[in-house]
Design a binder for this molecule. Structure first.
Ligand SMILES: *[C@@H]1O[C@H](CO)[C@@H](O)[C@H](O)[C@H]1NC(C)=O
Ligand SMILES: *[C@@H]1O[C@H](CO)[C@@H](O)[C@H](O)[C@H]1NC(C)=O
Ligand SMILES: *[C@@H]1O[C@H](CO)[C@@H](O)[C@H](O)[C@H]1NC(C)=O
Length: 240
C-alpha cells in the first residue's frame, strides 16, 4: 500500500501518570499485522482517508484498508499511522495546515490487523461544504487482541445552540468549510480524535480508559489540552 506518513502530533494524557516508566513490549509496528497487547504497550493502528466508495469492494463489502483487493493505493487516498499507549486516553490531532481530508475523498476509516483485521465504519470528515473536526474512537480488545474499532458519538447537544455549527445526521457537529483557515476563514479545522480503550488485555486486565471518556463529555478533552492546543480549542471555547 502506498502511503505517506505525515507529521502527527500525538499528545498523551496518562490515565495512570503516577506509574513510573511503563514499558512497551509490543514489537509489531505495522498497522497491517496482528498482535496481542498488554497495558502499557504501544499499539499501532492506521486511519485511511479516501472517498467512501473506496473502502468497499464492489460498493457492498467494507474491507480493511490493509486488504489489497481495495484499490486504495491507486486511488486518491492518504494513510496516517498512530501508536498510542494501550489504556491511556490520547488526543490525536492532524494539523489542517498540512492536511486537508476533503482533498482525499473526505471519509476516514480506522484499521489494524491482518488475519484478525478490524476496521471502523467509514466516517464523514469533510467536503467543500462541511467539516467535522472532533471524533472519539474506541478500540475494543479481547484478551489483548483488537476486536473492534468504532466511532463513539453523542449527538449534537454540544453544538445545537451555536450558529457556528451545523448538526449533520443528528450525530456530528460540523463547521462550514468556508470558515476554515485554509479556506480563508478564521477557524482552525485541524482534526482531533480522542481515543479510548475497552475490553481486556492479554493478561485479562480490564482496559479502563473507556470509562473515563464516558465520563468526560465529547469535547472535554480539548479543554484539558487548552494550554497546548490553543488554536484547536478556540473553536470550542463557546461550548465548554
Ligand atoms: C466484484 O465484481 C467483480 C466484477 O465486477 C466480480 O468478478 C467479483 O466476483 C465481485 N466480488 C464480490 C465479492 O462481489
Ligand atoms: C457534503 O456533505 C454533506 C453531509 O454528508 C452532504 O449533505 C452534502 O451534500 C455534501 N456536499 C457536497 C458538495 O458534496
Ligand atoms: C497547525 O499549524 C499551524 C502552523 O504551523 C499553527 O499555527 C497551528 O497552531 C497548528 N494547529 C494545531 C491545532 O496544532
Amino acid at each position: 500500500m502506498e502511503s505517506i506518513l505525515f507529521v502527527i502530533f500525538l499528545v498523551t494524557l496518562s490515565s495512570s501518570s503516577f506509574v513510573a516508566e511503563s514499558s512497551d513490549n509490543n514489537r509489531v509496528f505495522s498497522p497491517c499485522l496482528d498482535t496481542k497487547v498488554q497495558v502499557s504497550d504501544g499499539f499501532t493502528f492506521g486511519i485511511a482517508f479516501a472517498q467512501r466508495n473506496n473502502f468497499f469492494l464492489n460498493s457492498t463489502v467494507q474491507l480493511s484498508p490493509c486488504d489489497s483487493r481495495l484499490s486504495l493505493s491507486s486511488s486518491n487516498s492518504q494513510i496516517a499511522v498512530f501508536r498510542p499507549k494501550v489504556d491511556e486516553i490520547s488526543l490525536l490531532t492532524i494539523n489542517a495546515s498540512s492536511f486537508s481530508p476533503a482533498t482525499y475523498g473526505g471519509y476516514m476509516v480506522a484499521f489494524a490487523g491482518r488475519k484478525y483485521a478490524a476496521r471502523s465504519p467509514s466516517a464523514f470528515v469533510a467536503n467543500s461544504t462541511y467539516t467535522v473536526t472532533s471524533f472519539t474512537l474506541v478500540l475494543e480488545f479481547k484478551k489483548g487482541r483488537l476486536q473492534n474499532l468504532y466511532w463513539k458519538r453523542d449527538g449534537c447537544a454540544k453544538c445545537s445552540g451555536s450558529s457556528n455549527f451545523v448538526c449533520l445526521n443528528n450525530q456530528d457537529c460540523a463547521i462550514r468549510t468556508s470558515n476554515c483557515k485554509n479556506q480563508g476563514g478564521s477557524v482552525d479545522c485541524s482534526l482531533g480524535i480522542q481515543l479510548a480503550f475497552s475490553g481486556t488485555d492479554k493478561h485479562l486486565a480490564v482496559l479502563n480508559s473507556w470509562y473515563e471518556v464516558e465520563n468526560l463529555r465529547q469535547y472535554s478533552l480539548y479543554s484539558l489540552y487548552s494550554n497546548l492546543r490553543d488554536s484547536l480549542t478556540s473553536q470550542y471555547s463557546k461550548i465548554f
